[in-house]
Design a protein around this ligand. Structure first.
Ligand code: SF4
Length: 276
C-alpha cells in the first residue's frame, strides 16, 4: 500500500464558493457558471451571436515559461492536500471534496478508508454506513449514494480497478470532468489541469488563461502552459491561488511571480519591478 499522500483540491468551480462555504471549499463538478447572459434588448427567439474566439492569454509562451519556472522553483514537488492511499481512495476523496474543505474531507476519510479502501470493501460497507462516516461533509446524502454507486460500477465494469481513461471515469456516478482530471493527473501522472475555484480565479485575474467557464480556462491553460510544466501546473496554480493570490486580498508583497504578473488588480509595492 502506498504511503498516504497529501493532495490538492479539486473541483471545478467557476467562481468563488457560495455564501456559507469556506473560502477553500471546492465546488462540485455539477456547478458551472451560466453562459454569458443575453444582452438587454436582445430579441427573444433569435439566435444570439456568441463570441466564438477564445480570449488570448496576456502572456507570451516565454513569459508563461518564466512564470511556471518561478512557481516550480518555489515548490519543486507540489502535492495535493487530500489524504489518499491509492487511486480509489483519491477518487472518493475528490468526489467528497465538492463544497467542502480538504481538511474536513480528510477528517472524515481517515476512519472511512481504514475500513474501506477498495471498491469491493466500500460496496460491502453500504450507503448507510458510508453516510455515517461522512455526515460532517456537505451534501453527504448524495455523496454517500455516489460513492457506493461508483464503487459498484468499478467492481462490475472495471474489475475492481479505477479506470485510467477519461470517458470511463466521467461515466462513474458523481464524477465529472474536473474530478476525472484530478485522478488522471494525481493518480496516473497525466498532463491534465482540473480547474477549481482557485485556478479559475488565477487564470482570469492574471490574464494567463482568460475564460468564462472552467472548460474555457482549462483549454486556455492547455494552450499556454509549457509542456514540461503541464503535469505540475494543476498543483502550482491551486496552491498559488489558495495561499498567495487569494480572492479578496492577494498577497502581492510575498508573491514569487510579482514582477511577471499582469493582473489589473496587482497591488503596487514600493521599489517593485513593474511587469510589462
Ligand atoms: S502579484 Fe498579486 S495579483 Fe499577481 S499573482 Fe501575485 S498575488 Fe496574484
Amino acid at each position: 500500500m502506498r504511503r498516504p499522500r497529501r493532495a490538492g483540491p479539486e473541483t471545478a468551480a467557476p467562481a468563488e464558493p457560495p455564501a456559507g462555504v469556506a473560502p477553500d471549499a471546492i465546488m462540485p463538478d455539477a456547478i458551472v457558471p451560466a453562459a454569458a447572459p443575453v444582452p438587454p434588448g436582445a430579441a427573444a427567439g433569435k439566435p444570439r451571436r456568441v463570441a466564438a474566439k477564445a480570449k488570448r492569454s496576456r502572456y507570451t509562451k516565454a513569459e508563461a515559461d518564466a512564470l511556471f519556472t518561478r512557481l516550480a522553483e518555489a515548490l519543486p514537488e507540489p502535492e495535493t492536500e487530500l489524504a489518499y492511499t491509492n487511486p480509489f481512495t483519491l477518487l472518493v476523496a475528490v468526489v467528497l471534496s465538492a463544497q467542502a474543505t480538504d481538511a474536513g474531507v480528510n477528517r472524515a476519510t481517515g476512519p472511512l478508508f481504514a475500513v474501506a479502501d477498495t471498491p469491493a470493501r466500500m460496496l460491502a460497507l453500504g450507503e448507510e454506513r458510508v453516510r455515517d462516516f461522512i455526515k460532517t461533509i456537505g451534501l453527504f446524502n448524495t455523496k454517500a449514494k455516489n460513492v457506493v454507486l461508483l464503487s459498484k460500477a468499478i467492481v462490475e465494469q472495471h474489475g475492481g480497478e479505477v479506470p485510467r481513461d477519461r470517458a470511463s471515469l466521467e461515466a462513474l456516478p458523481g464524477v465529472g470532468r474536473k474530478t476525472a482530471n484530478v485522478v488522471l493527473n494525481v493518480a496516473f501522472g497525466e498532463p491534465t489541469i482540473a480547474v477549481d475555484t482557485h485556478i479559475f480565479r488565477v487564470g482570469n485575474r492574471l490574464g494567463l488563461a482568460p475564460g468564462r467557464t472552467p472548460d474555457e480556462v482549462e483549454a486556455a491553460l492547455m494552450r499556454i502552459v509549457p509542456e514540461r510544466y503541464l503535469r505540475g501546473a494543476h498543483h502550482w496554480l491551486i496552491l498559488h491561488g489558495r495561499h498567495v493570490c487569494k480572492a479578496r486580498r492577494p498577497l502581492c508583497e510575498t508573491c514569487v511571480i510579482y514582477d511577471l504578473c499582469k493582473a489589473a488588480d496587482r497591488r503596487v509595492l514600493p521599489h517593485a519591478t513593474v511587469a510589462p
